[in-house]
Design a binder for this molecule. Structure first.
Ligand code: GLP
Length: 241
């Protein structure tokens, strides 16, 4: 595990974009695993700038996103589909049908999870999977649990996650209660994992994920078993280490 401590959000975003750019250059027709949340927004801005400067080409890539809220149609401005188009896809030369997310509008959870897992498998899994981290150590929407869920599955969000994400919705009642997410096994099959953390409210998660025992109660702790993980965390996120 390679832990890079940076000063702040801006430096984290630059370092993360450089690592992703290296992967894109090494695998121009590869598979990029992407994440949502406020953490990767700065990283995506840096990638868009590199593309505009002619330093990066997305035209051969395919992308797979970690997760999506169940019950939100694509056009809802809180869907992860909408987020990815707004923050990255619409600003780079990724081909139209090259991006993939779970379909939150499919009410058949079992069918949707099987479809998405098969799709990621058929693409050969991610060359690099980008991750944020929840305050409770969740990755994607793999919430603390008694076991590690292996494949794409439907989860009930914890109150901690609903509280953290309600800032994006009109009210707490509007936050979806369920999501489709890649499983821990889907994430662990990525050849490289890049996980980002910024801010004091991630300090508990950073300490317990990367400096504590591996346990499904802290889902990100499983990454200690992955052979190529880069953690980029800022001073606030590292403050309890
Ligand atoms: C959400 C997402 C995660 C994300 C996490 C942290 O629930 N499903 O993929 O990493 O929360 O979000 P943020 O970056 O906004 O702190």
């Amino acid at each position: 595990m390679n832990i890079i401590k940076v000063k702040n959000y801006e430096e984290m975003s630059r370092v993360a974009a450089d690592i992703i750019a290296e992967t894109i250059k090494a695998h121009p027709t590869g598979v990029l695993g992407l994440a949502t949340g406020s953490t990767p927004i700065g990283t995506y801005q840096n990638l868009v700038n590199m593309y505009r400067d002619g330093k990066l080409d997305f035209s051969g890539l395919r992308t797979v996103n970690l997760d999506e809220y169940r019950g939100l149609p694509r056009e809802n401005d809180q869907s992860y589909y909408y987020f990815m188009h707004k923050n990255l896809f619409d600003s780079v030369n990724l081909k139209k049908d090259a991006s993939n997310l779970p379909d939150g509008s499919n009410p058949d959870a079992d069918a949707e999870c099987v479809r998405y897992e098969k799709l990621v498998e058929s693409l050969g899994y991610a060359d690099l999977q980008l991750l944020g981290i929840g305050r409770n150590g969740h990755i994607g929407f793999n919430e603390p649990a008694d076991v590690f869920e292996v494949n794409t599955h439907c989860v009930k969000l914890t109150q901690s996650t609903i509280d953290a994400n309600k800032r994006f919705f009109a009210s707490e009642a509007d936050v979806p209660r369920e999501a489709y997410t890649m499983g821990i096994g889907t994430i662990m099959k990525a050849r490289k994992v890049l996980i980002l953390a910024s801010g004091k409210d991630k300090a508990w998660a950073v300490k317990n994920s990367f400096f504590g025992p591996v346990t499904p109660n802290v889902p990100a702790s499983i990454l200690q078993f992955h052979q190529d993980v880069v953690v980029v965390a800022d001073e606030d996120a590292m403050s309890e280490v």
